[in-house]
Design a protein around this ligand. Structure first.
Ligand code: ADP
Ligand code: MG
Length: 246
């Protein structure tokens, strides 16, 4: 029997008169790698933003380890153990790879002091290096972020999300814009990360998702169309209809 980590009940989101999400009820088990797929405009990013605290739902409730999350600002989500990746635009191009992660570690640490004890700074620096090791970028720690290849910048985004040591890691299209080689490296990284924490991915590369995930949710027009193991999703007639030709 698996432990429930995150639970969404009746989640809906409207933008003006437009309903982007409606009636999503789903729970995520600790230790699983789950992917959310669906065609463009299905509501994947909206749902992802709600689960990570970036956007509040119009209806429904969210619970993490049994505790309500509704109404909490995003940094409280991080302190509870939920962390998301940010887009490349959130990386400081002129700072080093290590500095990017250390700045994130510093921003997320609970202390409000500007002046820190030397030991705290050493600890932040070590945490940044641990996150860089986890994503395979420790060898690039001194390099300016702008000189990283695209795939390495995406790995850096993940390192930034990892520095808070989240129990639940949320990643929105980590392979976006990648060719086959970079995608392969990212898939290997995702598999490694999922060994030690719960991972939730949003992706539209159906084939990749089916090979990587323990569980797949399919969104379509803001509703949950299917939810199951990759084999069930592959043979689901509703999913095949939506992904006709894929
Ligand atoms: P996906 O990530 O699956 O491509 P999104 O969650 O980004 O889909 O969008 C779902 C729907 O909600 C789309 O029709 C999109 O145009 C709409 N939408 C998303 N964000 C906003 C917003 N801030 N304002 C208005 N409409 C939005
Ligand atoms: Mg999206």
């Amino acid at each position: 029997m698996s432990t429930e980590l995150l639970r969404a009940d009746g989640i809906g989101r409207r933008f003006g008169g437009f309903t982007a999400l409606e009636g999503i009820t789903v729970s995520f088990a600790a230790g699983e790698l789950t992917s959310i797929i669906g065609p463009n405009g299905a509501g994947k990013s909206t749902f992802f933003n709600i689960l990570s605290g970036t956007l509040s739902p119009s209806t429904g409730t969210l619970r993490f380890k049994g505790q309500a999350l509704n109404g909490l600002p995003q940094h409280r989500f991080v302190h509870r153990g939920i962390s998301r990746s940010y887009q490349i635009t959130n990386i400081f191009p002129d700072l080093s790879v290590h500095e990017n992660v250390r700045v994130a570690a510093q921003a997320m640490s609970v202390s409000y002091d500007i002046w820190r004890r030397r030991a705290d700074l050493v600890e932040l620096s070590e945490r940044a290096d641990a996150a860089l090791t986890a994503v395979g970028l420790i060898g690039k720690r001194g390099q300016q972020a702008k000189f990283l290849a695209h795939g390495q910048q995406r790995a850096l985004e993940i390192a930034i999300a990892l520095v808070s040591e989240p129990e639940l890691l949320l990643l929105d299209e980590p392979t976006a814009g990648m060719g086959p080689e970079e995608t392969k490296d990212m898939v290997a990284l995702l598999e490694r990360l999922a060994e030690r924490r719960t991972v939730l991915l949003v992706e539209h590369k159906m084939k990749m998702v089916l090979g990587l995930s323990q569980r797949v949710l399919v969104l379509h027009h803001g509703r949950l169309l299917a939810d199951g193991r990759p084999d069930d999703i592959r043979s689901n007639p509703d999913v095949r209809r939506v992904y006709l030709g894929q």
